[in-house]
Design a protein around this ligand. Structure first.
Ligand SMILES: NC(=O)c1ccc[n+]([C@@H]2O[C@H](COP(=O)([O-])OP(=O)(O)OC[C@H]3O[C@@H](n4cnc5c(N)ncnc54)[C@H](O)[C@@H]3O)[C@@H](O)[C@H]2O)c1
Length: 318
């Protein structure tokens, strides 16, 4: 069975990927520093007897002494907070860490490198839905810029050192074990004050959401079928989109609240939630659809399921 290293494997997307790979019979090693990851996310997975964990920092770790060989590296570890505007955080956590994990992968002879990139590399795309070959790429957030730089590193390592690789440009991924994002924030705010919900921006920000199992299936599907190429980029999205205001309404309704005052901050630069917030995001998924994958859930369904899952985690729903 293949072996995989999953960096950030104790986090939201990483832990679901770990479950999936173990479910397929793979040997899995997680590297995580638990900055946002949670041991609870992978506790069950140890029962398989095929999971190992390395507690360490992706930016500085030398895996040569820890791992003899590995077939696949899934690099999920990052600072995933698109709102963070400290440049050094993105440089270190998202670029330097990717560079170090690529170096480790090269040294231990990994064959396949998977990178969790983001729709934010497109910036304010003029073409919606946005295909992978859209350009020039002009990210408007430091996070998006770091993801684009990291994609460049992955591509160059594949061509220079004979690895195979893929960068997945993810839309908003939602589901159980969320660690951040609009659904997570809205539920927290409404628990604190069930009469008032502050909404960043003007609420018209409209984006695409993907259910976590659809996302993990998409990654697995592409990796298993990958051939005839050294490096590819794939969007992972759904075909519809939802506004922030609609998500607020769905959260209020599913929490069983009434007469909640929605307070829009108005935002920055024409109603954006924060500096660097892309107002309209919808990815063209024809490339990945041509491989045979398609999302089971729409954005709206994914958002609804994710709100319910978060409420169950908090013990607010049976
Ligand atoms: N969730 C989304 O909607 C989304 C969208 C686009 C891209 N992504 C990308 O997908 C990946 C996973 O995101 P997520 O939402 O699961 O976030 P997450 O915060 O839940 O997971 C990140 C994991 O990486 C670990 N980590 C962070 N820095 C580390 C370091 N230096 N060394 C070792 N471990 C480290 C954290 O502890 C955590 O377990 C990230 O690269 C993120 O940028 C996520």
């Amino acid at each position: 069975m293949p072996s995989a290293l999953v960096t950030g494997g104790a986090g939201f997307i990483g832990s679901h990927l770990v479950d999936r790979l173990l479910g397929e019979g793979w040997e899995v090693t997680v590297l995580d520093n638990f900055s946002t990851g949670n041991f609870e996310n992978i506790k069950q997975a140890f029962k398989t007897g095929r999971l190992k964990i390395i507690i360490g920092d992706a930016k500085i770790i030398d895996l040569s002494g820890e791992l003899e060989s590995i077939d696949y590296v899934f690099h999920m570890a990052a600072n995933p907070d698109v709102r963070e505007i400290t440049p050094s955080v993105h440089f270190q956590e998202n670029i330097s860490a990717t560079f170090n994990i690529l170096e480790c992968s090269r040294k231990i002879g990994a064959k396949f490198f998977v990178f969790a990139s983001s729709s934010t590399v497109y910036g304010d795309a003029l073409k919606l839905p946005t295909p992978e070959d859209y350009g020039p790429l002009k990210p408007i957030s430091l996070y998006g810029a770091a993801k684009l730089a990291a994609e460049g590193l992955v591509s160059s390592y594949c061509y220079t050192f004979g690895m195979t690789g893929v960068s997945f440009r993810l839309a908003n991924i939602v589901g159980p074990r969320l660690t951040h994002g609009v659904i997570y924030d809205f539920i927290n705010k409404l628990r604190e004050n069930p009469k008032r919900l502050e909404i960043l921006g003007d609420g018209t920000q409209k984006k695409s959401y993907v259910w976590i199992e659809d996302c993990v299936e998409a990654m697995f599907h592409v990796v298993k079928r990958f051939k005839d190429s050294r490096y590819e980029v794939y969007n992972i999205g759904s075909e519809d989109w939802v506004t922030v205001s609609e998500i607020a309404d769905m959260t209020i309704e599913l929490m069983g609240l009434k007469n909640v005052e929605k307070v829009f901050t108005g935002g920055v630069n024409g109603g954006r939630g924060w500096i660097g917030d892309v107002k309209l995001m919808n990815l063209d998924i024809s490339k990945i659809r041509s491989t045979g994958w398609k999302p089971k859930y729409t954005s709206k369904e994914a958002v609804k399921l994710a709100i319910e899952a978060r409420l169950r985690e908090l013990g607010l729903k049976p």
